[in-house]
Design a protein around this ligand. Structure first.
Ligand code: ZN
Length: 279
């Protein structure tokens, strides 16, 4: 599932290949990805035609294209991708929406599993997702304040990292990496963190996402491809996620996998000891 670094790679690709062009016409091949759009697929095609793309922006895992006062909000879901191609190129399998651009090329939204979506939000160009907290790369992100709020919540550290109303953009992969770097077990109560531990954990989450961004995002299967059709390759830089049964690169203990919120947590039993009474 794409997290902040992967979404940012897609945003940067859209900025390079789509911003400044006009959407001349739109074809919706499958109605499901535009299910949130008022009026459905036919209205989506009409409402988007003739609009110029002013900017490609992002908050957390959401990205949007600025179309005058409106925002074309995009959520990549589990497997959403954009491809820029010549109209003569074969349509990739699972192409759901095509946009013909004024430079003669075509932007294609490809989504195998269709948890993703596209939706025009009127008069929302500045921020179509006000319920999502700023991510650590947002100029309005205040680390000490977020750390204080995290410590005041009656929850556990990994749940807090994944809470998009507290801090956005962190998903399962980068949460596990930040916890490993902070030597914290995923079920540690947030109220037990000291101020330094909380700010340190958020800094680690920011660092690991920054490193992933520099490497072009993380990819674990062929579902996530950036706007040019290239997979990310940060998985080589991971220390915890996906490494069950492998030695911890810090202490050599065998890493474990536990169930967590219908997904998995990967952790080192020596570096990230559970608190007494937890797990
Ligand atoms: Zn270890």
């Amino acid at each position: 599932m794409p997290e902040l670094p992967e979404v940012e790679v897609v945003r940067a690709g859209l900025e390079r290949h789509v911003v400044g062009r006009t959407i001349e016409c739109v074809t919706v091949w499958h109605p499901r990805p535009v299910r949130q759009h008022a009026g459905g697929a036919a209205a989506f095609e009409t409402d988007l035609a003739g609009r110029e793309v002013g900017e490609a922006r992002r908050r957390g895992k959401y990205l949007w294209l600025v179309l005058g006062p409106d925002a074309l909000l995009v959520h990549l879901g589990m497997s959403g991708q954009f491809r820029v191609a010549s109209p003569d190129d074969d349509l990739p399998r699972n192409t759901r929406v095509s946009f013909s651009l004024s430079d003669g090329r075509e932007l294609r939204f490809v989504d195998q599993r269709m948890f993703g979506g596209l939706e025009l939000r009127r008069d929302a160009a500045t921020n179509p997702v006000p319920h999502i907290a700023p991510d650590p790369f947002d100029p309005s992100f205040r680390l000490p304040e977020v750390a204080r709020r995290m410590r005041a919540k009656h929850t556990t550290v990994k749940r807090a990292l994944l809470d998009q109303r507290l801090v956005s953009g962190i998903g399962n992969i980068y949460a596990d990496e930040a916890l490993w770097r902070s030597r914290l077990h995923f079920d540690t109560p947030t109220t037990s963190l000291g101020p330094r531990q909380a700010t340190g954990l958020l800094r680690h989450a920011t660092d690991v996402m920054r490193e992933a961004l520099a490497a072009g995002g993380t990819s674990f299967d062929s579902l996530y491809v950036n706007v040019n059709g290239e997979s990310g390759y940060f998985e080589r830089g991971l220390n915890a996620y996906g490494r069950e049964g492998l030695p911890c690169s810090r202490c050599g203990a065998v890493l474990r996998r536990s169930s967590f919120m219908n997904r998995s947590s990967f952790w080192c039993p020596r570096c990230q000891r559970p608190r007494r009474g937890v797990v």
